[in-house]
Design a protein around this ligand. Structure first.
Ligand SMILES: [Zn+2]
Length: 167
């Protein structure tokens, strides 16, 4: 277990970068957001994990924290990846409060199809903003589902918020 992050493992990791057809696999790991990243609604790229908006949100501002590496389970993550995952969950909470002014946040990870994971092959954690008297936001959620421009605007807003938080 202690050898989880051995150099040979890094080679192995780099050799299996992108899985064809996986919506959570990115071409470019780390660095600045590319045009392609923005189109895919990525809002922040960390060292081992990244944050993106859910295209089919439970609520406006529904974020997902995802490791770059195409792994199924939380136990497949190396120590560095796990700590970066938690770090991005932390920053995401700050971003959600800043952008959405939410009163609460639901956090969760569904491991496996049996647990309700829509895409079970690539691990992802959900962060869903909640407001007091949530039901009045149903209209907003419906809008987000129907109007792609709303998601584009939200991507820009969140990308900026993450940048400001990290400065
Ligand atoms: Zn993947």
């Amino acid at each position: 277990m202690e050898n989880m992050w051995a150099p040979w493992r890094m080679e192995y990791i780099l050799s299996q970068k992108e899985h064809k057809g996986c919506v959570f696999c990115l071409e470019d790991w780390g660095g600045e957001l590319t045009q392609k990243d923005s189109e895919r609604l990525v809002v922040y790229k960390g060292k081992h994990c990244f944050v993106m908006l859910n295209r089919y949100p439970y609520a406006a501002g529904h974020l997902m924290v995802i490791p770059y590496r195409h792994v199924m389970d939380i136990t497949d993550l190396a120590e560095e990846e796990r700590s970066d995952f938690m770090e991005l969950v932390n920053i995401s909470c700050k971003a959600l409060r800043k952008v959405c002014r939410c009163d609460g946040i639901n956090m969760g990870i569904n491991l496996g199809k049996a647990a309700g994971a829509g895409i079970a092959d690539h691990l992802h954690g959900h962060l869903v903003p909640r407001w007091e008297g949530d039901s009045q936001f149903i209209a907003v959620v419906a809008d987000v589902r129907l109007i792609p421009e709303r998601l584009e605007t939200m991507q820009k807003t969140f990308a900026l918020a993450f940048k400001e938080i990290m400065e």
